[in-house]
Design a protein around this ligand. Structure first.
Ligand code: ADP
Ligand code: MG
Length: 423
């Protein structure tokens, strides 16, 4: 498409009501419209969706958007359809539709009404859909949450691995892959698997300067957490536990201590789970005690603390989970409890897994141990892990961690830095 004739700012205003692009959005959109493959690494909340939604709305044909979760798709489709005065420019194609609904979606695409088609990878694989999509005009393909392709990511989905072949069958169009996961290993894996080695890469900083990172030894953990929450009375917070049993026990313990807390995990009855989540979002409950099942796609801007009762299995998960604090730019305290015995337990658990999974799991765990035991700036450590340099003295948010508040012995810090650089 000839992009010179398009006034992107005017289109932004028209469809989204925003007066300015965020970060590199405009650059990204221009490059995509001019036919390039694009890879976007931007932290959660950075505004990735707009990078494909706006170009899709103004391009000829239908953009295919691959997204991993049906629930997330539905939110996005509703949001897009709320933007435009034309009715229904975004549609979903997945296993939640019946035959009549599927036919309706196909008719809309054929009629040229559909600007964005959200699909789950497992649906896209279906031969009948591939044949159908081959025959219609596709503007480009967006792969959201692209880290799902990688076993090194925190949310590996095997169905994502076949995407390249299917896209190639459907159309020869630009591909834009987007993720909030930025470890060099995951990035590499995504580019290789999607055959996007020549893609233009746009990477924004993963530094969350308003978050305070703290690790405490896991001693008297129940008491410590109760005291911490009482010091943050009335504020919203999440407590992550590894097991469902712990989630229920600890939510009860908080309740007994007069804290307005509710449990959340995938084993709870669907109705109760949704009700608890809604109560947390609507501020009827201050604290949600949850497994990692809680959080993806949830955007509560004023979460003031994220506590890890158990240390997470990877730094990637830790970053994603702590990232749910302070989305509004305000205070966000990230407190994790660390016990080497927990690591041993996780290692035992991994020992039962197939070799490749075990090896990846162990390496990810090693990196968690390094972070938990480091005496250097936690922010610097995390950002190095994402392939980003950070000055622990002058960088934004430099003082926002336990180690920077209570400077450790310099020798240790230098050794740790060497370790992380070799990672
Ligand atoms: P990500 O997918 O990177 O986590 P989203 O696409 O969900 O981020 O966007 C996060 C928030 O930023 C949304 O509420 C979105 O409406 C808002 N946003 C995106 N672009 C802009 C912009 N140019 N101006 C103002 N707000 C924006
Ligand atoms: Mg997103």
């Amino acid at each position: 498409m000839d992009t010179k004739d398009i006034n992107l700012s005017a289109e932004l205003k028209k469809y989204f009501g925003f007066s300015k692009f965020k970060g590199q959005q405009e650059l990204i959109i221009n490059e995509l419209l001019s036919g390039k493959d694009i890879f976007v690494l931007m932290p959660t909340g950075g505004g990735k969706s707009l990078c494909y939604q706006l170009p899709a709305l103004i391009s000829e044909g239908t953009a295919i958007v691959v997204s991993p979760l049906i629930a997330l798709m539905k939110n996005q489709v509703d949001a897009v359809n709320g933007l435009s005065s034309d009715e229904g420019v975004a549609h979903v194609l997945n296993s939640s539709l019946n035959k009549t609904q599927t036919k309706q979606v196909m008719d809309d695409i054929t009629a040229g009404k559909t600007k964005l088609l959200y699909v789950a990878p497992e649906s896209l694989i279906k031969e009948e859909y591939v044949e159908f999509l081959k025959a219609v005009k596709i503007s480009f393909v967006a792969i959201d949450e692209a880290h799902c392709i990688s076993e090194w990511g925190h949310d590996f989905r095997p169905e994502y691995r076949n995407l390249k072949g299917i896209i190639d069958k459907i159309a020869d169009v630009p591909v834009i892959a987007l993720t909030a996961t930025a470890t060099p290993k995951v990035q590499d894996d995504i580019q290789k698997t999607l055959g996007m080695n020549n893609a233009l890469v746009f990477k924004e900083s993963f530094n969350r300067a308003n978050l305070y990172y703290e690790i405490r030894p896991k001693v008297n953990v129940d008491k410590e957490i109760v005291r911490f929450i009482n010091q943050h009375k009335g504020k919203s917070g999440i407590v992550y536990c590894l097991s469902r049993r712990k989630v229920e026990e600890f939510a009860q313990l908080l309740q007994v201590n007069g804290i307005n807390a509710l449990p959340y995990h995938a084993g709870l009855d669907q109705k109760l789970r949704v009700a608890n989540q809604d109560k947390f979002l609507m501020e009827e409950a201050d604290v949600i005690v949850a497994t990692i099942a809680f959080g993806m796609g949830i955007d509560k801007p004023d979460v003031r603390f994220v506590i890890h009762y158990d240390i997470p299995k990877s730094l990637e998960s830790y970053y994603q989970e702590t990232g749910r604090a302070g989305r509004d730019g305000g205070e966000g305290h990230c407190l994790a409890f660390y016990d080497p015995k927990d690591i041993e337990k996780l290692e035992k658990f991994l020992a039962q897994k197939p070799v490749s999974e075990r090896e990846i799991g162990l390496q990810l765990l090693n990196e968690v141990v390094g972070y938990a035991e480091t005496s250097m700036s936690r922010r610097q450590y995390l950002l190095y892990y994402f392939g980003e340099r950070f000055d622990p003295v002058t960088g934004e948010g430099a003082l926002m961690c336990d180690n920077s508040q209570n400077p450790p012995k310099l020798k240790d810090a230098a050794q740790d830095l060497k370790k992380v650089l070799e990672m």
